[in-house]
Design a protein around this ligand. Structure first.
Ligand code: PTJ
Length: 276
């Protein structure tokens, strides 16, 4: 974090910015951010994204995307809605029922939740695949290395021997035995076009996006409108809880999730949010 005045200006959804000046002015490692700081989650997020850009895994556009997400999270009071928790549970059930689940990772996801993605993959038996909007070989390799440093085994996406139909060249590249073969795909912080094209391939899409009005959230079978920092560990927790559930119980979780109601609740919370 290079600008803690900016962090303090970001404000506190609870309206208490009085302790924001306690944040250290320079943070080399996230452990230096005090966990009891009222802006802890925002400071941690900004530090991780900034670090992601520094080490070449996150694009500069990723900074802008994070800023947009942070504004929605502010209006949600930086808390997980009950409907987002229900979506996380439905996502866990889908992943456990899947023949071939894949978690798609871009530059923001790799910066924000690398270890948490590895834990989710372990809890659900999912593959991890790097899939970038601004694809370069250098970033692909850097992200795969970063995920392996956080405990990932195989990281897919580098072969790029499959294509998503209907998308322009670079953005369409996938591994044929990864996203190409998947029946359930988790696509966090994704642009709408690719989310729509994956859906058109008949894949069940689980989207994590703080904007309930984004095209990706709108086309997802399961839109999780929550900060990825909270959502990924939450899906893992549900998957661990559901690990011994029968197929019928998992189908029941999937069938009882109402995606329209979840999107409506999130939009209502953002539009009418009471930040007191
Ligand atoms: O690494 P690349 O090249 O694949 O590029 C990744 C980005 C994110 C830059 C690219 O996919 C992009 O431009 O995405 P968009 O169209 O800006 O969409 C990102 C969505 O994620 C927006 O709707 C944001 O509100 C949302 N978002 C941002 N930060 C978070 C988030 N959702 C959940 N948690 C966040 N922390």
């Amino acid at each position: 974090m290079t600008d803690d005045a900016d962090a303090a200006d970001a404000g506190d959804p609870a309206g208490d910015a009085s302790t924001a000046t306690d944040a250290p002015s320079e943070v080399d490692h996230e452990s230096e951010i005090p966990e009891d700081h009222p802006r802890y989650q925002s400071l941690l997020t900004r530090h991780r994204i900034e670090h992601g850009v520094d080490i070449g895994i996150t694009s500069k556009q990723g900074l802008i995307a994070e800023g947009r997400g942070e504004a929605f999270d502010y209006l949600l009071g930086e808390a997980t809605l009950p409907s987002a928790d229900a979506a996380a549970r439905a996502a866990a059930a889908h992943l456990l029922l899947a023949d071939h689940p894949v978690l798609s990772v871009n530059g923001n996801v790799a910066a924000l939740v690398p270890g948490e993605i590895v834990e989710l993959a372990a809890a659900t038996g999912a593959d991890i695949e790097v899939n970038l909007f601004n694809r370069t070989d250098e970033r692909m390799r850097a992200i795969a290395d970063h995920l392996r440093e956080h405990g990932a085994g195989e990281v897919k996406g580098l072969k790029a021997d499959g294509r998503i139909p209907g998308l322009s060249h670079e953005r369409a590249k996938v591994d044929a035995d990864g996203i190409g073969d998947a029946d359930v795909v988790v696509v966090p912080l994704e642009d709408g076009d690719r989310a729509e094209a994956l859906g058109a391939m008949g894949k069940t899409e689980i989207v994590i996006d703080l904007n309930p009005m984004s095209r990706s959230a709108q086309v997802a079978a399961v839109p999780i409108v929550d900060n990825i920092l909270r959502a990924v560990p939450n899906v893992t927790r549900h998957a661990e809880e559901l690990a011994d559930a029968s197929e019928a119980e998992l189908r029941d979780v999937v069938d009882s999730f109402d995606r329209e109601a979840a999107l409506e609740e999130a939009e209502r919370a953002i539009r009418n949010g009471d930040l007191d």
